[in-house]
Write a protein that binds this ligand. Structure first.
Ligand SMILES: *Cc1c(COP(=O)(O)O)cnc(C)c1O
Length: 392
């Protein structure tokens, strides 16, 4: 019954949608580009995990239109999907299962990541067999303790790469690393990782490697740590318009959330006082009231622990989830026995959005459920269609 309902969610059978504003993705990419250009760095748009749930191909296109020179994915198949969709230019993948698929990646000119001697040996063998030099970036573990090569093995990896490059089998296009605590500005590990990264670069340089790009910064470092920018920042979250830094809003950095999650009210009904609501009856109505049923659930990616705490926006107001979040649906207590005059079946429920109308944001959902905004948007499931707007 609100303006939002009338203007934003056109009539039709749609149960729910994740609306993605590609203009916002473009504006956010330009904004990050502007921030890091002061350090002389470029932007790699990280579009792994289906662009954090926003849709990899449309978001990759939008980011490239807005000046992102590189695209980055975790998995090789994510990188190959971008190529198959016609995206040109450099793409880096960084998490390879044993076995590649090196041939396809090399043929498609996707930069692969060498993070251990065995990976480099597999890549070199494939490139030699194909007779096409592989584009390889070397990854140093400067302290994250996850992927990458430890400092004591770095020289061995670098020498192996230099030998393969001299033989014409590979071209070392990049050297990179990843922060553990960039989202905690001032954390001592940031300084020590930067020191170790510079040492790793010096070792590579000494061995004669001349990478096109050196990079360590993710979104939090891109926004808060200019000395970490080097040649390229690998930015994901900021491009989707969310802030990676604590106690900040996207607007603090000139960013705008690109995803809003919407559903339609599926049922409105009156209920008496002290009526249990949803599984386990962890909620009871306080007084005669109106209940609205929303057809989205944890199968669609809404956290189950939003039960009784998550908020949604219906009829221009925030309402709390009443009772358990179920697999496909949840209930909202509209708090008024006459609310069925105002809220009807088919009305729009804004689960989260940019916040500009007063609706909850992905940050609000993250706070309510004890997780990160990263997880809230990324886990929105395949059952929710993505609808693109701002595709100018
Ligand atoms: C996911 C990821 C990024 C992007 O991180 P954001 O904080 O979303 O910018 C960068 N680099 C690596 C290695 C990643 O896995």
């Amino acid at each position: 019954m609100t303006d939002l309902t009338a203007t934003d969610f056109p009539p039709g059978p749609l149960r729910a949608e994740a609306r993605i504003d590609l203009d916002a993705i473009r504006a956010n990419t330009r904004r990050v580009g502007q921030i890091v250009a002061e350090s002389g760095a470029g932007v790699m748009a990280v579009v792994k995990a289906d662009a954090y749930g926003h849709g990899a191909v449309p978001c990759a296109r939008a980011a490239k239109q807005a000046g992102a020179a590189w695209l980055g994915t975790a998995l090789p198949e994510e990188a190959l999907e971008l190529r198959a969709a016609g995206l040109t230019g450099p793409i880096l993948a960084w998490l390879h299962p044993a076995g590649g698929p090196w041939d396809e990646l090399i043929v498609q000119e996707i930069d692969v990541t060498g993070y251990a001697p065995w990976v480099l040996e597999e890549i070199t063998a494939a490139a030699q067999r194909l007779g096409i030099p592989a584009r390889v970036q070397l990854k140093a573990d400067t302290g994250l303790g996850r992927g990458g090569t430890q400092p004591h093995d770095w020289l061995e990896l670098v020498e192996l790469a230099a030998k393969a490059e001299a033989a014409g089998h590979i071209r070392v296009t990049g050297v990179w690393s990843h922060f553990a605590c960039a989202d905690e500005p001032g954390h001592p590990s940031i300084r020590s990782q930067l020191d170790l990264f510079r040492e790793a670069l010096a070792v590579a340089d000494h061995a004669g490697l001349r990478p096109e790009v050196r990079h360590i910064a993710n979104s939090p470092a891109a926004l808060s740590l200019p000395e970490a920018h080097f040649d390229l920042v690998r930015s994901g979250l900021a491009l989707y318009g969310l802030s990676p830094l604590p106690d900040t809003t996207p607007a603090d950095f000139g960013l705008r959330p690109a995803m809003s999650l919407r559903a339609r009210v599926a049922l409105v009904k009156n209920a008496p006082a002290e009526h249990g609501v949803s599984y386990g009856h962890i909620y009871h109505t306080a007084a005669p009231t109106t209940l609205a049923l929303v057809p989205l659930g944890y199968a669609d990616g809404l956290p189950r622990n939003s039960s009784n705490v998550g908020e949604v926006f219906i009829g221009g107001r925030r309402h709390r989830i009443a009772g358990r979040m179920a697999m496909d649906q949840f209930v909202v207590d509209l708090g008024d026995p006459d609310a069925d005059r105002d809220v009807q079946v088919g009305d729009e429920v804004l689960i989260f959005g940019s916040g500009e109308h007063g609706e909850p944001t992905a940050d609000d959902w993250a706070r309510a459920t004890g997780t990160l905004n990263y997880e809230i948007v990324t886990r929105i499931g395949p059952r929710v269609p993505r609808v693109y707007v701002g595709n100018s």
